[in-house]
Design a protein around this ligand. Structure first.
Ligand SMILES: C[S@@+](CC[C@H](N)C(=O)[O-])C[C@H]1O[C@@H](n2cnc3c(N)ncnc32)[C@H](O)[C@@H]1O
Length: 245
């Protein structure tokens, strides 16, 4: 029992490390999208491999009308459904504070944290919470034949794939859910084969270089001239946003 609890704590800490970086990158991309896409061009966002998290809904609450949160693990989807129903045991307020601070907003303003969380719930209520498997086509069976304006996937492909060949197929599968002219947002661990908290290995990962990732995106019709990327060498992660041709 003790071992289980301590593993769970470490898992939580490792997820928090990744989160810190996401909460910097996603609000920046959200801001860029508002500046470059008209409201009617940015109605829908699909997050593939959201896990038990609602970061994308929180960061894009004012950018799109519908957010679809998806994952492979049913338990993760249940956590998100609990949050949507207002029954969550996880306190999202500290996360919302960080997002508001990155956005340059006044997180001390009375009621702003609660309002922001309600807005995020609203966009997920207009969207949905679905099963996804990046190895399948369609990746999200409930959205078969549907394409969204923004497709986002953070730290998912490298944990779901064991070979680079698989990775390229999964990128292709996912891209079928993005409309031409839509934005693709990727967060990836670079040049590492394990996701850890510094003390123990949490997940094994496909070891990816920046070049390999960019090559895979070029093959599936991403406009390479549109790529905006942040490589955080100290953290060993890359975030990028690009347009599908
Ligand atoms: C490291 S977590 C990232 C979660 C979240 N995106 C974040 O930034 O914290 C990787 C996620 O990928 C999901 N995943 C693993 N295999 C998958 C697959 N074949 N299809 C879709 N999602 C998958 C896992 O369930 C997990 O939630």
């Amino acid at each position: 029992m003790f071992l289980y609890l301590s593993k769970e704590k470490e898992r939580q800490r490792s997820i928090e490390d990744g989160t810190r970086v996401s909460l910097f990158a996603l609000p920046v991309f959200a801001h860029l999208i508002v500046q470059t896409m008209r409201p009617n061009e940015r109605q829908t966002l699909l997050d593939i491999g959201a896990g038990p998290t609602v970061y994308s809904a929180l960061c894009f609450r004012d950018v799109v009308n519908e957010v679809y949160l998806t994952d492979y693990v049913e338990k993760n989807l249940d956590r998100v459904k609990e949050w949507l129903a207002g029954n969550t045991t996880h306190d999202w307020k500290p996360t919302i504070k960080v997002i508001l601070r990155t956005e340059g907003g006044n997180f001390l303003q009375q009621g702003i944290i609660e309002t922001s969380e309600e807005k995020a719930r609203g966009v997920v209520k207009c969207g949905g919470i679905y099963f996804a498997d990046v190895h399948q086509n369609p990746v999200v069976p409930s959205m078969e034949g549907r394409q969204v304006d923004i497709l986002l996937t953070i730290f998912t492909l490298e944990s779901a794939c064991q070979t680079y060949e698989q990775y390229k197929v999964c990128v292709k599968n996912m891209m079928n859910h993005l409309r031409p002219g839509g934005r693709f947002i990727l967060g990836s661990v670079l040049e590492d084969d394990e996701y850890n908290s510094g003390r123990s290995v949490m997940f094994t990962l496909l070891n990816l270089t920046e070049t390999k990732i960019l090559d895979a995106l070029e093959e599936v019709g991403i406009d390479m001239g549109s790529v905006k990327k942040y490589v955080l060498n100290d953290e060993g992660v890359m975030f990028l946003m690009a347009t599908k041709l």
